[in-house]
Design a protein around this ligand. Sequence first.
Ligand code: NAP
Ligand code: GLV
Length: 315
Amino acid sequence: MARVLVTRRLPDGGLDPLAEHELVGPQPDDRAYSHDQLVALAGEVDAIVSLLSDRIDAEVLAAGAPRLRVVANVAVGYDNVDVDAAHEHGVVVCNTPGVLDETTADLAFALILAAARGTSAAEADLRAGRWPGWGITQYLGRDVHGATLGIVGYGRIGRAVARRGAGFGMTVLHHSRTDTGEPGWYGDLDELLEIADIVSLHVPGGDATHHLIDARRLGLMQPTAVLVNTARGTVVDEAALANALHNGRLFAAGLDVYEREPEVHPKLLDAPNTVLLPHIGSASQATRQRMAQLATSAVATVLDGGTPPNVVSRA
Ligand code: NAP
Ligand code: GLV
């Protein structure tokens, strides 16, 4: 029997694959472990089941050596885990690819529709009693059907958003570093940003994509354009985005992720035409359960001496 640190409460059934092992955590009130607590606990367990809000950095991984064998992040993104340090200490890192694509794409599309049509501000007016009745010049958004959708990051989730775009009669273009060989690929991100009516981000977080969308690139986008980010907050320079929205340099934004979660840049909170969600891309009951089970199954497999399919390879 191995000892497994489970940092937070998981959806029902999420711990089933670990039934044979001794579990440490989560804390009784489901409070997040502090970084110091993670460092202190890492050396006393064989495995960690972490969430994207846990920082599993070099210090935690060094403290885990030589006992710690596997870290399974209950998320497809793993920018919170120092994969290089894990490899140095012989720790396997796992994530949850594939089981959340459609759910996250649904949410990205919800943001595309909500941001383009300004549904948040319109609903807020109605709820606050500020709606004077139907008006022909009120709440005029941008059409989603027929628009050009630029998908940045054409992997599992980007492709799932592309399918939804095609269903809405959109012209769908995409950017990734590797030529996909498929129609609509743009190797030059700047060119894509210049022509897209709606840009949806689906790249991983981390150093390579930090502020991929910065002030200069926001300046390339059309003033009528909509930016949607369900990737990672660090992909967009939030201060620059807030300025662009306040100055009318961009029509609208739909955000699910933020640079310093759970903080949201104060200028985004009062930016016009901005829909803000609290990182709920994969948050359906079925998908969160699948994610938890995929992560904990991977832990069980590693502890059993096997290699699960969802091991993160070193970049
Ligand atoms: P994926 O299948 O690995 O796709 C990533 C895509 O991004 C690939 O097309 C990749 O192609 C491209 N890419 C990587 N680095 C790039 C760069 N520097 N510049 C341009 N393109 C780059 O990943 P996924 O499963 O679709 O997930 C994508 C991300 O979505 C996750 O990493 C996570 O951060 C985020 N996510 C958020 C939520 C949420 O709740 N909001 C839910 C799930 C996932 P190349 O390598 O060829 O460039
Ligand atoms: C969520 O953000 C994930 O990476 O799964």
